[in-house]
Design a protein around this ligand. Structure first.
Ligand code: URA
Length: 202
């Protein structure tokens, strides 16, 4: 069962869609004939990767991380040895943020805050072992901007890990596999108490 079709998450999905339709950002969906982007992966996921906001590919397809950043995230996931059912992917903001010229921009703190409760409902429903924050916007959503790459922190009763956004590695011509391995270390050290996780060797 994919996150987008999950009955368990139906209420959380409806909630975020309703909120999204009431926000000024929704005009971007209308203008581009795009989508409000909910999530992908499994509702029983042990790991949630949380990114920033949909890009053009995601806006078109209605799923998060299906463009270049998504390809790098998938490489990390394979490298770490996570199975398809082990993880889900969500964003801090479910709508593509565009500037006046129609160029993509990072979401504003107010936009991240506006969607925070709705995003947290999704996380609470899935109740993962670890929430991996991909970059500044995801960290900002939880007031965890001071986290360092690879750090694991307990906060509001959940375990968080921070790593730069895949787009950061792409911009710097890197794959970020060494940092991705820190996700594996964090999972091995901190996860597995609630849900069984069997990572393959890389
Ligand atoms: N970057 C993000 O943060 N999220 C996506 O869904 C795609 C790119």
């Amino acid at each position: 069962m994919e996150l987008n079709e999950s009955t368990k998450l139906a209420k959380a999905r409806e909630n975020i869609i309703q909120k999204a339709k009431q926000h000024a950002l929704f005009k971007n969906v209308e203008k581009t004939k795009g989508h409000i982007v909910f999530g992908r992966g499994e509702d029983s996921a042990k790991i949630i990767f949380m990114g920033e906001a949909p890009g053009f590919s995601e806006n078109e397809k209605g799923k998060p991380f299906v463009g270049r950043s998504g390809a790098l995230l998938e490489l990390w996931v394979k490298h770490i040895g996570l199975g398809e059912k082990d993880y889900a992917v969500i964003n801090s903001v479910p709508i593509i943020p565009l500037d006046e010229e129609g160029k993509i921009r990072p979401p504003a703190p107010e936009e991240i805050n506006y969607f925070f409760d709705a995003t947290k409902k999704i996380i609470d429903e899935i109740n993962p072992e670890i929430l991996v924050l991909l970059g500044k916007s995801a960290a900002r959503a939880f007031n965890l901007e001071d986290m360092r790459v690879g750090e694991v922190r307990e906060h509001i009763g959940k375990k968080f890990m921070f790593i730069y956004h895949p787009a950061y590695y792409l911009r710097n011509g890197k794959k970020g596999l060494e940092d991705a391995e820190k996700i594996k270390t964090a999972i091995e050290k901190h996860a597995g108490q609630k849900k069984q996780l069997n990572l393959r060797n890389f």
